[in-house]
Design a protein around this ligand. Structure first.
Ligand SMILES: [Zn+2]
Length: 83
C-alpha cells in the first residue's frame, strides 16, 4: 500500500494537503506528518482529518482517487428534465 503524509503548512485556501510519500509536491519530513500506509488516498485523507480537520488531497498525486466530502452541495443532475 502507498504511504501517505500530510503537509503541516496550510495552503492558501486554509486546507492542509495530503500527499503520497513519493509525490514531487510533498514537503520533506520537517514540514510534513507521516500518516502511514493506506489502500487509497481517500482513506488517508479520512484519517488525516482526525489530526487536520481541514485537509484535502493533493491535485497531483491524489487526483485519481475520489476525494471524500469535499464537494459541498453540488447539485445532483438526475431526472430533472423529465417533467
Ligand atoms: Zn501530492
Amino acid at each position: 500500500m502507498p504511504l501517505f503524509l500530510v503537509a503541516k503548512s496550510r495552503r492558501t485556501n486554509g486546507h492542509f494537503e495530503v500527499h503520497c510519500a513519493d509525490c514531487p509536491a510533498a514537503p520533506p519530513p520537517p514540514h510534513s506528518h507521516y500518516l502511514g500506509s493506506f489502500p487509497s488516498a481517500a482513506r488517508a485523507i479520512c484519517d488525516a482529518r482526525v489530526l487536520y480537520p481541514r485537509c484535502e488531497g493533493c491535485e497531483q498525486c491524489c487526483a485519481a482517487d475520489a476525494l471524500p466530502d469535499e464537494e459541498p452541495d453540488r447539485p445532483r443532475r438526475h431526472a430533472l428534465s423529465g417533467a
